[in-house]
Write a protein that binds this ligand. Sequence first.
Ligand code: NAP
Length: 576
Amino acid sequence: MTYAITQTCCNDATCVAVCPVNCIHPTPEERAFGSTEMLHIDPRACIDCGACADACPVDAIFPVDALTGGQRAYTEINAAYYAGDDRPAAGDEVEGPNFHVWGEPVFERSLPSDFGPLRVAVVGTGPAGMYAAQDLLLHTAAEVTLIDRLPVAGGLVRYGVAPDHPATKKVGDTFSRFHSHPRVRMHLGIEVGRDVTAEELSAHHDAVVYAVGASADKRLGVPGEESPGCLSATAFVAWYNAHPEAVAQGVDLTAERVVVVGNGNVALDVARILVADPEALAATDIAAHALEALRTSRVREVVVLGRRGPGDAAYTRSELLALKHLPGVELVVDDHDPRTGAAIDAAGPGDRAGDLRGLARVRTDAEPLAGTGRRIVLRFHSEAVEVLSGDATGSTDSTDGVETGGRVRSGRVRSVRVTDGGGGDGTADLRAGLLLRAIGYRGLQVPGLPFDEARGTVPHEGGRIAGMPGSYVVGWIKRGPSGGIGANRTCAAETVGTLLADAVAGALPAPKGDAKAFRRLARQRNRRVVDARGLAAIERAERERGQATGRPPVKLATVEELVATARSRRLLRLAR
Ligand code: NAP
């Protein structure tokens, strides 16, 4: 028996480091690492020790005998990665099945022992910031100040990962053990540019690492995009994940069909949540208001538009495979364009269009699916060209529903005009109440930092911000909005490596103020700052809320609730 890596692989390569026989590939040192969607165990070399399964932060690794249902496909997916792999190369003196050639050893970067502890601020407590903090705390004596603009930690793990992906959320446990680390100070609810300047932050630390992500979304640029009921997937994800900036009664689910533009993993996440069984979602940490809305939702069909063909879909294979096994939901392919079926039929091994083989092919009608079933339609070679609002007489359904500054207000569109096949000029109108654009995220400028408007990122060299000694970037604000959670581990390793090299080279500007002075400054500027104890109080309250209703922890959904909970527990402690 061997082990196999499955759907939730986060690619952070923790497993690679613990494998005693080097049978997990690609490793971060191999070129394929940057482009692979997941890592794979070589069944011929695996010695069944289970070290990788113990180390995996997202519970993605299992003995192949334990795989059931859709997960069984991963036995073959892992093995297929090594098909035709003739290692060892001729001349290697290696015998037996454990033949993977070891590469050059990579030594962890650290500081010389006579170096005093660095004081580093990390702005952003999502995966990128926490991988950087973890790297610094585990490999150096650095003291880390964690800062987040929200009064709670977690970033994308808390507010981006879909609630029905609890294994992926488990990576948050890896990060949260550092929240109470003796060399960590936490200032949650502090925004750089609003409460403190980038200059002030630098003046109190040896180095500052910005891990602020990409919180805005891209625009389609088509007429009607500002209509009621036309929202970004970012806002919809924020709504079902109880982000404090998403309004509770925000999304109108009274129409039968939703159109999603873009076919990346975010598009699949929102499509899945829209048609999933609400009672199954009740067992997750989905926002209470979203669960309530989904229980009365009339949505039965989600049409996912991809502007290119099935061979170029942006979703990962593992997320597509999971969609095929969603209870009570049919996954079908729209074959309005003959190129779609032709690509699926002609797909060779490894061609991603082949993953759609065996799915029913349908024509999406102007009217949504009749009957009681629920389905997701993958429609390729199709783009939204206009969003039509109002009823047949032209009057609008509602004046609400406009998305403002990340907030969502309820409202409906009438239909979405989409391109209709063969690469020609034809269009079709799909009646739908909601359009979600899932066409990618975009970074926002942090006041005081340089910004590349075209890419939505901060210009840098190996993580060092151009023209700002002692300031660094990591994650999506560094490399753009692509790659899953684990990709941030190697990204953080590069940034921290640059920071430590700069420290050794004496290139870090000396700070003027110490940690206490920064704490005073932060509290002067914002009296509602939440620290590690406040965060623990929030987490406790959320656990209690969940227990009261037989659910996992239920998130507090407003800044007021979060801050009040952090403070009330503190006052309670002081009163004892
Ligand atoms: P993405 O993977 O970059 O997908 C964006 C989609 O939007 C693509 O289909 C793209 O088409 C399309 N698009 C872009 N501009 C468009 C336009 N003007 N008109 C029509 N379509 C347009 O982005 P994402 O889905 O936001 O995901 C971001 C990253 O997070 C990805 O790396 C993703 O894998 C990761 N993520 C992972 C998970 C998970 O593992 N479960 C969940 C969520 C997100 P083209 O391909 O033709 O450009």
